[in-house]
Design a protein around this ligand. Sequence first.
Ligand SMILES: Nc1ncnc2c1ncn2[C@@H]1O[C@H](COP(=O)(O)OP(=O)(O)O)[C@@H](O)[C@H]1O
Ligand SMILES: Nc1ccn([C@@H]2O[C@H](COP(=O)(O)OP(=O)(O)O)[C@@H](O)[C@H]2O)c(=O)n1
Length: 267
Amino acid sequence: APAGACGGGGGVRGRGGAAVWLWQPRRQAAGAAGGREGSRLCLQCAARIPEAGAVLDLLEQCPEHQRKGSFPVVVFEGLDATGKTTVTQSVKDTLNGVLLRSPPACISQWRTIFDDEPAPIKRAFYAAGNYILASEIAKASTQAPVIIDRYWHSTAAYAIATEVDGKVQDLPPAHDEVYQWPEDLLKPDLVLLLTVDPEERVQRLQRRGLEKTKEEAELEANTLFRQRVEESYRRMVNPACQVVDASPSKEEVLQTVLQLIKKHCAM
Ligand SMILES: Nc1ncnc2c1ncn2[C@@H]1O[C@H](COP(=O)(O)OP(=O)(O)O)[C@@H](O)[C@H]1O
Ligand SMILES: Nc1ccn([C@@H]2O[C@H](COP(=O)(O)OP(=O)(O)O)[C@@H](O)[C@H]2O)c(=O)n1
C-alpha cells in the first residue's frame, strides 16, 4: 500500500479540498476526511481487514463526480438523540421522498468492525461511505426529493472533535480548510443542524433507551467533546448548516423544517 496514506507525512493529495488535511501531521490522527482519494488510500492500508476490501470494491464501482438530479436533496445533522430519525421519517412521508442515511445500508453491517479500529481507518470507512452514498443520492434525486440522515458534516465534525483535546478554543480556527466540503463530493441543497439543549438531549437518550455507540457514551460524559462536535458543525461551510432549534414538539419541528425546505429548495 502507498506509504503515507495512514501514517507518516504523505505528500499525496486527493482532489477534494478536505483531502489536504489527512496529510498534515497535526491532523493525521483524525484521518477524518481525506476526500475520496484519501479514504481509498487509507482503506488500502487496512488490507488486513477483509471488510476494508469490500468497502473499496463498492467505492470503485461508484463513478466519480456524481451529479444531483432535479429534486431537492436535504441533509439532517446533529448529535445523537436530537431527533434526526424522527424528523427525517416525517419529512420523507410528507414529501413522498426517499430516505437515505450515512453510512449507506450496503456497508452499515460493517460499522461495528470499523468503529473498533484506529481513528484514521474508522474515518476512512465513514468518508468512503459518503462517496458511496453520493451515488445513491444522484440516482434517487432524479426521481423524488431525497432526505438524508447524516452525511459529510457528521464525518468531519466527529473527526475534528475527536482529534482535538480540550476546549472549543483549541479547535482549528474558523475558516480553516478542515471545515470545507470536499470538492469532489456531491453537495446537498440544504443542510439542517438539529440542536437541543444538553439536558433535553440526555432525557431523549434515556427515553429512547437504545444501546449507545462508544462515542455517544463519551459524548454524554464529556461535555467538552459534545461542544467541540457542535461547534465544528457550526463552522462547516460550502454548504454551511442551517441551525434548527429541535426542542419544540415533533409536530412543531416538522413544520419548521418543511418551511425551511420550501424556502430554500425549488419544489
Ligand atoms: N421534537 C421532539 N420532542 C420530544 N421528543 C422527541 C422529539 N423528536 C424526537 N424525540 C424523541 O427523542 C428520541 C431521539 O430521537 P431520534 O429521532 O431517535 O434522534 P436521532 O436520530 O437524532 O438520534 C426518540 O425517543 C424520539 O421519539
Ligand atoms: N456520516 C457519518 C455518519 C456517522 N458517523 C459516525 O457515527 C456516529 C454516529 O452514529 P450513531 O449510531 O449515533 O448515529 P445515529 O444512528 O444516531 O444517526 C458518529 O459518532 C460518527 O463517529 C460518521 O463519522 N459519519
